[in-house]
Design a protein around this ligand. Structure first.
Ligand code: DAT
Ligand code: MG
Length: 147
C-alpha cells in the first residue's frame, strides 16, 4: 500500500549568519544537518549585498528591527546552503530552535550556541526557510543558478 503520509522530498535554504560564521560555527551547523540525514545540495560563502538582504527579509520591512537586522546581516560573510530531504524545512527549523536564542531549548543550534549579546534576538546563528514557497524564493536569491 502506498504511504500517503510520507513527507515530501523538499529543499530548504539555510544561512549561517555573520555571528555564526565569525565564531567558526559553519562546520557545526553543517555537521548537524548531515547527522540528521539531510543532503547538502549547494554550499557557498557569500558577502551579502544590501539588495539580497532586502529581498531575503522583505516580509520584515517596516518592522522596528528591520534596519538593525540588515545592518547585522551585512556585518560579514554568511555560509549559505541548500539542503534536501523529506521534511527538511520543518526539520531544520527544529534543529535551529526558537528564534530567541535565550529561550531556545538546549540541544538545538540556537539553544546550545546562542545567547543574548545585548542585541535582542538578532544574533541567532542560523536562518532556515519556513515553507516551500519561502524556500523557493530564498534559493533563487542566494543561488540564482539553482533556482
Ligand atoms: P526566524 O529566523 O526564526 O524564522 P523571523 O523570520 O521571525 O524568525 O525573524 C527573522 C530574523 O529577524 C530573526 O532570526 C531575528 C530577527 N528578529 C525577529 N524578531 C525580532 C525582534 N522582535 N527583535 C529583533 N530581531 C528580531
Ligand atoms: Mg523566518
Amino acid at each position: 500500500m502506498t504511504d500517503t503520509t510520507a513527507a515530501q522530498t523538499e529543499r530548504s535554504l539555510v544561512l549561517v549568519k555573520p555571528d555564526g560564521y565569525r565564531r567558526g560555527l559553519s562546520g557545526e551547523v553543517l555537521r548537524r544537518i548531515e547527522a540528521k540525514g539531510y543532503t547538502l545540495v549547494a554550499l557557498a560563502v557569500v558577502e551579502p549585498s544590501r539588495g539580497q538582504l532586502e529581498e531575503h527579509y522583505a516580509e520584515h520591512q517596516g518592522k522596528p528591527f528591520y534596519e538593525p537586522l540588515l545592518e547585522f546581516m551585512s556585518s560579514g560573510p554568511v555560509t549559505a546552503a541548500i539542503i534536501e530531504g523529506q521534511g527538511c524545512i520543518p526539520g531544520f527549523r527544529s534543529l535551529a530552535g526558537a528564534t530567541d536564542p535565550t529561550a531556545a531549548a538546549p540541544g538545538t543550534i540556537r539553544g546550545d550556541h546562542g545567547r543574548d549579546w545585548g542585541l535582542a534576538v538578532q544574533q541567532n546563528i542560523v536562518h532556515g526557510s519556513d515553507s516551500p514557497e519561502s524556500a523557493a524564493r530564498e534559493i533563487a536569491i542566494w543561488f540564482p543558478a539553482q533556482g
